[in-house]
Design a binder for this molecule. Structure first.
Ligand SMILES: O[C@H]1[C@H](O)[C@@H](O)[C@H](O)[C@@H](O)[C@H]1O
Ligand SMILES: [Fe+2]
Length: 363
């Protein structure tokens, strides 16, 4: 049984209050909810990953798997432990944004979201080197961390707020269902596409299990070659990255051959590549090729939206680009304050999981 709650600092909650209708869950109900979730949760998933990091916006894995109280913990000292329930019945909030109001990246340190986004990219662009990405690929593609179904993995996204995203300040599971439902509305017959929308960001699970957000979330970019201008904060955030002064890596092609194809390119390490690898490794995954491709490159904005890096693309990449662009519309513009009625949607998406990615998945 899904329950979508999270606690907020008083300050943040005030901001949120302007955007959401919510309802405080009284203490007894909170306890009740806890019991219900424990009874119905699948507690069998084993966790073999170090649980060292208790980062902001993350709940410890124990808390998720044992109590399964789906709420977000803040490190802010003002944090109240109040639990708020986002009421899914209140659709159609007034303040929808126009397309131009999405993906705003400024260096305004007074805006807490912009500051959070900038800080995440600063860390990412300082620490993502070719060597780092190769190392993380090796680490995460051992698939020896845990075994968990797709639905349980999704549930874990309940406690992750993506710190790189200026357009979402909600747990990522909400974004998953928002994207999936938008695709379903526009392409009712493409059930694999609905499921792709639902799981495209599932690789962010790495952040719940210890990987810092700068190595999980955010737009991706190729390593081992020059950074293009369309990479967000390209001018302000790469000065401390050692690869930018390595003469093997800082030319237009760097280590790559012309039109070698994106599958040859080492991208900055993150949730796209990880989820692609997880699905590729799952023996019973029957999603079509487009789904794999969308999942692998949906965050490569400097290419699919910025128009850079075409010199590394193969014909196949160009052939797949329309799918990425089609997907991107729903991924990006579904980021609204409308909260989908997730429990109601679960049976439909469970049927798609059973069809395309059944069973326990190795993470
Ligand atoms: O695909 C998206 C996109 O790249 C966003 O810009 C980023 O903030 C998110 O982390 C990612 O999931
Ligand atoms: Fe993503």
């Amino acid at each position: 049984m899904f329950k979508f709650c999270f606690s907020r600092t008083k300050k943040n909650f005030k901001q949120k209050q302007q955007r959401f209708y919510h309802q405080r869950i009284p203490e007894e109900e909170e306890e009740e909810g806890k019991k219900r979730t424990i009874q119905s949760s699948n507690s069998s998933c084993s966790i073999a990953i170090a649980k060292e990091s208790q980062q902001e916006h993350l709940l410890s894995p124990e808390a998720i798997t044992t109590a399964n109280v789906l709420r977000k913990k803040s490190n802010d000292s003002l944090a109240s432990e109040s639990i708020y329930y986002l009421d899914p019945s209140e659709h159609f909030r007034p303040e929808h944004k126009s397309p131009e109001e999405y993906r705003i990246y400024t260096i305004n340190q007074d805006d807490y979201i912009q500051k959070r986004v900038f800080d995440t990219y600063r860390l990412m662009h300082t620490n993502q080197t070719l060597e780092f990405a190769r190392n993380r690929l090796h680490h995460w593609t051992r698939f020896d961390k845990l075994k968990m179904t797709i639905m349980d993995a999704l549930e874990n996204l309940n406690c992750l707020v993506d710190e790189s995203d200026p357009d979402v300040d909600l747990p990522n599971i909400i974004h998953a269902f928002q994207t999936a439902e938008r695709i379903r509305e526009a392409h009712p017959d493409l059930d694999w596409f609905h499921l792709t929308g639902l799981i495209h960001d599932l690789g962010k699970l790495m952040a719940v299990y210890g990987e810092p957000q700068w190595a999980v979330v955010g737009d991706t970019f190729p390593l081992g070659c020059q950074v293009a201008k369309s990479v967000v904060y390209a001018e302000q955030t790469f000065m401390d990255n050692p690869d930018t002064t390595n003469s093997d890596y800082n030319t237009e092609y760097g280590i790559y051959q012309p039109n070698c194809g994106l599958k040859q390119v080492v991208m900055s390490w993150g949730h796209d590549e990880y989820m692609y690898q997880v699905l590729k490794n799952h023996p019973d995954c029957s999603l079509p090729e487009q789904a794999f491709y969308i999942i692998r490159f949906h965050s490569f904005y400097p290419w699919h939206t910025g128009g850079d890096y075409y010199h590394l693309c193969s014909k196949h990449d160009l052939h797949m680009l329309p799918w990425i662009r089609e997907f991107n519309k729903f991924d990006l513009y579904s980021k609204t304050p409308e909260i989908p009625d997730i429990p109601k949607l679960v049976p439909y998406y469970q049927s798609l999981i059973d069809k395309y990615i059944p069973g326990l998945v190795s993470w």
